[in-house]
Design a binder for this molecule. Sequence first.
Ligand code: SF4
Ligand code: SF4
Ligand code: SF4
Ligand code: FES
Length: 1001
Amino acid sequence: MQTSTTNGKRNETVPMANPAEVTVLINGVRHAGHPGERLVDIVNRAGVELAQVCYHPQLGPIQTCDTCLVEIDGQLVRACATTVSEGMSVSTVSPKAHAAQQEAFDRILSNHMLYCTVCDNNNGNCTVHNTTKLLAIEHQQIPFQTKPFEVDNTNPFYRYDPDQCILCGRCVEACQNVEVNETLSINWDDPHPRVLWDGGSTIRESSCVSCGHCVTVCPCNALMEKSMLGHAGFLTGISKRTLNSMIDVVKGVEPETGFGSILRVSEIESAMRESRIRRTKTVCTYCGVGCSFNIWTKDRHILKVEPSDGPANGISTCIKGKFGWDYVNDPDRLTTPLIREGEGFREAGWDEALDLVARRFAEIKTQHGPDSLAFISSSKCTNEESYLMQKLARAVVGTNNIDNCSRYCQAPATTGLFRTVGYGGDSGSIHDIENASLVLIVGSNTAESHPVLATRVKRAHKLHGQKLIVSDLRENEMARRADIFLHPKPGTDLVWLSAIARYLLEKGLAHEDFLRQWVNGLEEYKKTLAPFTMEFASQTCGLPVETLEKVAHMIAEARGVCILWAMGVTQQSQGSDTSTAISNLLLVTGNYMRTGTGAYPLRGHNNVQGAGDSGAAPNAFPGYQSVDDPEVRARFEAGWKVKLSSTKGLDNHQMVDAIHQGKLKSLYLEGEEMAIVDSNANHVAAAFSKLDFFVVQDIFFSATCRFADVVLPATPSLEKEGTFTSTERRIQRLHRVFEPIPGSRPDWKITQDIANRLGANWNYAHPSEIMSEMASLTPLLAGVNYERLEGYKSLQWPVAADGSDQPLLYTKKFNFPDGKARLFPVSWTGPVEKSDAEFDLHLNNGRLLEHFHEGNLTYRVKGIQEQTPDTFVEISPELAQERGVQSGTWLLLISRYGQVRVRALVTDRVSGRELYMPMNSTESPVNRLTSSIADPVTHTPAFKEASVHMQVLPEVGESPLPRVNPRFGHPTPQHGVEAERKWKRPDYRFPGSDLVQIQRK
Ligand code: SF4
Ligand code: SF4
Ligand code: SF4
Ligand code: FES
């Protein structure tokens, strides 16, 4: 699909007014609005052209440009900052208004040189260009003046050109109040104001996290993606010297001909660009937030990522979604199937490789039965691909041995929600989290693992009075921002959560009406809370009683509470029970069934929710329909025209054990780096080497490929069609940006080819046909089809046959037959893997902002590698001092299961004897240290329960994190752009107060 934005106004994103309640006259014509609506939004909706350089609907009024001045009752006011009232009469075109708009824009042009024809931003959407045209400006009254600053090229992904900066402040507003990284400001008090990073640092040495918000909203070419420079235009790739001469030529003709002729030439050039620049909507392939955006490409070159209309993210991205795509064109991409030959591999043709796979699957099935084969789908792949993978396992091979990596992270959260409220998904949308008056985050490094979702919490906390409580072992960014930061002893969240539930019930602070009307099992639940006194919680968790009581009262008093949690909860041996305790607490306090409330397990991979939804699970067909339900099975048997097994299959944790036991002979693994990301990696690798036949499908030769018999080259998301389902249960389409590189194939086609060689007669010509089939067999997805997902349209399951979806779950009932939720008693058994005299340090682990998981994709992004070149282990200042360690000291970490050599990073993010190791390494993967201990309900490994012995090695190297990593920057928080400081400047004058004559056409 190709889409295009038209101009900086982005009319398409302006919401329609709610039921019209007021009438406004704009240039004598009546228009409907609602009280409190911004005038500029009604003007835009009405299609009335009005300059508005600094206004962006997703940023709100910034009020720095004054180009939106209109006349109301003889007064000039800013349309962006004016709210409408009944009968308001507005002129956007009165002589007074028009002259003021021109005057305001003239001042803007004094900060910006118009050389559009040779500018990489001349793509039809440049606000400065379009406003020059709209206001029919021919000549500048105030001449253009350069600023006494160099271009800042120090960030790997974008550059800032002060000379082109019109000081609109959009970037500052986005950084301060949308991303809330608080890096940018404008020094309004300086004779030469400009945008500053950390108050005056280079970009490279600032706290900038390269999220790209500022670049995305910049209305001109002051901030630009480096990938655009020299590539977007027909004339922009020429040398700097020639380019400067051409700019001089362009400027030279202006006094004679005016801007009009310059604009006309540049518009011809811009129109020519349309023929070679494609803008394709896709969905981010990294985390589960589900950001979507247009990718601009010229041939196979990615010009830029343009977020704008994504329902989850709007203008937001993080470094990975905005700049993390180099891997797609990496020369190391697999382009031919590989077949093992001795200790190595040889290249093979597709037919030979697929024939071999099918022949070996058939032989093993004949010899050992269908349950000797297993299949693992990828949560990086599409829903349609997971559907086909489970269909291959079930309908073609005849086994339920099918799983995906949600086993490693999300299954316990899903279990906790199935037990209590009935659906295994987030209760609402990110928007509902924004509406909470209190957000409680448990075991989630949200700002790094789900960056764009975190921005919404940071914004609500900064601007809208939302309270924030964080429970974590590390003082991560969210913990630093929190009103209360709880640091419980490892693996004890269940205890304090249950103690708070007990306290609230005892003190009469529970939501009695809600419990009576909507919840079963209260009496039984109350009995099981007996052990969870505040004193017990305090002792077990190491948290003061007063703090716990304060948290309890904040929860009880909050208008609405959302609880967000992630792997700090789920990757524990009691992950399912702690997830259950979270949902129990929400029920006790009535925090379900309305916006601003609910349970939000934050899904890790882009499609970890969808992989489970699509049936890549050993116990369930798509839509969580049990394989041992005869009625369900009969439906799938009729649909697929085969007999199906009712025996629950092996999950991926059990698969590893079954390989060691000699029961499982063959594994087909799609897009997972299991040899590194599974817990107890040595044990997993040993299992892979025992397989009779191992097929790995991936886009790179991963560490797991080393164990394969056949490696099949697949394609990344940008080279295929399909859908992903984000943490919000939001199903979104990705459209193909590039053709697959020669030799690679989309996963769904490979799976189909294998199935057909095994006798299936599948004829899917497009993923839409796969989705239609899945929807026809799956009540949860009944109304999902590609038409309803075209472009930026999305659906949040459950989706009824008529296409209606449920952004907020449980508005009318919970998902149980009687419509009531269930309090599900849990007890506390404590972590299984414990520290002792030998393994005396607790090792926590998880993600980093810049890298995704082990880094197979993100290490191929040069700019990311520069900022975060390697893994490390975080060690507290007190432990570092005790052991004589400094940042850069090499350490040998030894656990009961393996060892890794890694450099230390001394930081107060961790404290005492707790270490933290990011998972971004294939050389020293943290999972060589983790165990096979797992949550007994879901078999999710207890990744977070690890104890190590630390041996200090004699070598001391560089700090593993270079100075240019943003965590070493010094943000400058402030209240947005602070335009009032501009208005106080001696040279500021409200336009129109002393009108100057500006030449018009
Ligand atoms: S963090 Fe950096 S990239 Fe993101 S908005 Fe701020 S300055 Fe721009
Ligand atoms: S760099 Fe910032 S202040 Fe300058 S023009 Fe761009 S968005 Fe406006
Ligand atoms: S990694 Fe997550 S937060 Fe970042 S752009 Fe992608 S979906 Fe959005
Ligand atoms: S758009 Fe209103 S002041 Fe800039």
